[in-house]
Design a protein around this ligand. Structure first.
Ligand SMILES: C[S@@+](CC[C@H](N)C(=O)[O-])C[C@H]1O[C@@H](n2cnc3c(N)ncnc32)[C@H](O)[C@@H]1O
Length: 256
């Protein structure tokens, strides 16, 4: 992943905006039912109540935690994501408790916190073990990592297969198994908690789904666009109904 947090197969920030919109919807839903990720962070806090949120995105976890009186540093390399994050921090009136760091992890611009959190970020790291080792150096009580267990697009993998550029990495596709194995091979044996999240529905009309997917999968040729339209007409469940995916929370005490 380049330093600015963008995906290598995307020339502009459109993909990042789509992801920011999805995360904003999740943040909104979680106002009613807090995510197990936020609950884990709360359980691990000590008296200082400080969190380092790495890859904070739109502030899905940072903003509600700050509302609860917690002080955070939020590391976020993407300018697009930071726009959303800054807006959400301002709107929530928690600017005095959230310091935003415009950088990619690992960065020495961040301080030490009781809990270092990286939620749905590790799949983008070139070296996941170095990534979490740096988290250990910045956490006094707990390292918390959330991962996708099921790929976000997994339910539709077969349906979408004809549209995918060969060899392209897709969001959420980095394997839970390979990341967990890499940690265990590095002698990091975390507590693992599996939970289910509801994804989607992402679009309110076929036209909206078509235009979003056209951007997402670079479907620029008329023939490709007709194929996409046909897929969406044949599979209305793709854009109309929510679907469950499993996620994992890994947590452990930093050494030393
Ligand atoms: C799927 S989003 C998750 C955002 C947030 N943690 C959440 O769960 O809502 C992944 C985020 O990680 C950021 N990211 C990617 N590589 C990163 C890195 N090396 N250091 C910090 N953040 C990174 C991206 O810019 C993006 O905002």
């Amino acid at each position: 992943m380049p330093k600015d947090g963008r995906r290598p197969d995307n020339g502009d920030e459109t993909w990042m905006r789509d992801m920011a919109e999805g995360l904003s919807r999740a943040m909104h839903r979680e106002q009613e039912a807090p995510s197990p990720v936020a609950e884990t962070v709360l359980e691990c806090l000590g008296p200082e109540r400080t969190v380092l949120d790495i890859g904070a995105g739109v502030g899905r976890f940072a903003v509600p935690l700050a509302r609860g009186g917690i002080s955070l540093e939020a590391v976020e390399p993407s300018p697009m994501m930071r726009q959303y994050l800054e807006g959400n921090v301002r709107e929530a009136g928690v600017g005095d408790r959230v310091r935003i760091i415009a950088d990619a992890w690992p960065t020495e611009a961040a301080g030490i916190a009781e809990v270092a959190l990286a939620a749905f970020v590790l799949q983008f790291a070139d070296d996941p073990v170095a990534f979490v080792r740096a988290m250990e150096r910045h956490a006094t009580r707990r390292v918390v990592v959330a991962l996708h267990v099921d790929p976000l697009w997994g339910r539709f993998r077969d349906v979408l297969a004809p549209l995918l550029p060969p060899g392209a990495r897709r969001a959420g596709d980095a394997s839970f198994k390979s990341l967990l194995t890499a940690l265990i091979e590095a002698d990091i044996v975390p507590d693992v908690h599996i939970f289910e999240q509801v994804m989607g529905p992402r679009w309110s009309s076929l036209d909206e789904a078509e235009s979003s997917l056209k951007r997402r999968f670079h479907q620029d040729e008329p023939g490709q666009q007709a194929a996409l339209r046909q897929i969406l007409e044949d599979h209305p469940e793709f854009w109309r109904t929510p679907w469950p995916v499993r996620a994992a929370i890994l947590s452990w005490r930093p050494p030393g």
